[in-house]
Design a protein around this ligand. Structure first.
Ligand code: CA
Length: 425
């Protein structure tokens, strides 16, 4: 879900910056537009041809065949345009309630419900083998790639070999990381799982339905459709099977458990305990007066839970179980994990959060989002259709319109304020 040619792209699914802790709220969906400085010269130590020759020995030393290296690198071209994305910093901060409202939207809920039906047999097999709940996995799929939509719409994709070549060659700050992912990508080709031209994705190298970095593809991938190759594009079997394996093995996903609950805390609750770390059994929190927001009883009192009050005592509270942290193992952003847990509940048929956030904007309905797309299209801003999905085209169209009318921040999000302004025109 990356749009490599616009400043917006620096914010899209950049697992690397998230894993390295650089992009606090980034998440795989869009986040705010970054400030991009004009020039970022590469920091390479060697001319490109010499670098390619030097890396060959290291590649063959780790078992990559020389013929594979030569074949891939003969066609590779360092994509130096991406340096500006690598150095960009997010310009706007997005409060957690806005992050969640903007992503857990009607399009994602409805499409998720469709996918649950269409892929029921696949989700059955995944739940049987890995125990990872289909709704949480489906929500992750929706957040990472809009259920594979970014794979179909390849216009925003880059060949990741060229990206990793540029980063391993010219980014001195994180060189060991990029070199490792460069070699991982070569290993994938060497195994015969994919051709270099099939390996397209975000500028940072995230690919396929669930936006795997080469390391995840290589080490967590599963040939779940049994065709002899691990391939995170096309049918979602391998991508979703391997992502479930990741959640189980790296995230310690616990079969049959929820991710957590929206809760109310009693007046006088010691908010210092809601540090997202202090662990107690659900029954102990309940004994302190914490209740489910929907009034129902906690189904499993013995589960170990932590507490979070992301908007303080005035917003919704959350009791977080191990599976929240399993989601977070995939992307360390707290907002990302909460959005996925909530989207999973909505796809499953649950309602919105019961307690209100200190909201400064109202979530739009599908029809309202479509109205924004229709109005912008009529004004000559190409939103790539009016399906109610907020993709790269829509974000860029809104951003261009915001810049034109002087609406700040020009962050590319469809909001109630954008809609009201468009209706005035
Ligand atoms: Ca396969």
């Amino acid at each position: 879900m990356d749009d490599r040619n616009s400043p917006l792209s620096a914010l899209m699914p950049d697992r690397r910056s998230l894993i390295l802790g650089a992009g606090a709220l980034a998440g795989s969906a869009l986040i705010a537009a970054p400030a991009v400085a004009a020039e970022y010269p590469p920091q390479n130590d060697f001319p490109y041809d010499e670098w390619v020759a030097r890396m060959r020995g290291r590649a063959t030393g780790m078992g990559i065949r020389g013929e594979t290296y030569d074949r891939v690198m003969a066609k590779a071209r360092p994509d130096t345009e991406i340096y500006k994305f690598d150095r960009a910093q997010p310009e706007f901060n997005e409060p957690i309630w806005r992050y969640i409202n903007r992503r857990v939207n009607e399009w994602r809920i409805n499409t998720g419900r469709d996918r649950i039906k269409q892929e029921a047999a696949l989700f059955d097999r995944i739940e049987a083998k890995y125990g990872v709940d289909r709704y949480m996995l489906c929500a992750l799929w929706g957040m990472e790639s809009a259920f594979g939509d970014v794979i179909v719409n390849t216009k925003f994709m880059r060949p990741i070999i060229n990206c990793l070549t540029a980063l391993a060659w010219g980014d001195r700050r994180r060189r060991p990381y990029w070199e490792q992912e460069f070699f991982n990508a070569l290993k994938i080709v060497d195994k015969g799982w994919a051709q270099p031209e099939q390996m397209i994705g975000s500028w940072a190298g995230a690919m396929g339905h669930t936006q795997w970095m080469p390391e995840v593809w290589l080490n967590m991938g599963v040939d779940f459709d049994g065709d002899g190759k691990i391939f995170p594009f096309g049918r979602p079997d391998d991508a979703l099977g391997g992502t479930a394996r990741y959640m189980l093995e790296r995230g310690r996903f616990r079969r049959g458990e929820a991710w957590g609950y929206e809760v109310k805390v009693p007046a006088g609750f010691n908010a210092a305990l809601a540090d997202r770390r202090t662990q107690r059994p659900v029954s102990e929190w309940a004994a302190m007066g914490v209740t489910r927001a929907n009034g129902q009883a906690f189904p499993r009192g013995g589960d170990i839970a932590r507490m979070a009050l992301p908007a303080g005592m005035k917003g919704p509270g959350f009791m977080l179980l191990q599976n929240f942290f399993a989601i977070r193992s995939y992307n360390p952003s707290f907002a990302y994990a909460l959005a996925i847990g909530h989207l999973a509940d909505r796809i499953r048929g649950g309602g919105p959060f019961i307690q209100s956030w200190p909201v400064d904007e109202r979530p739009l309905t599908l029809e309202e989002t479509q109205e924004i797309q229709q109005k912008l299209t009529a004004m000559g801003f190409d939103t790539g259709g009016a399906d109610g999905r907020v993709g790269e085209m829509t974000q860029r169209a809104i951003q261009a319109w915001q810049a034109q009318v002087g609406m700040k921040p020009a962050d590319g999000y469809p909001t109630d304020k954008v809609l009201a302004r468009l209706r005035q025109n």
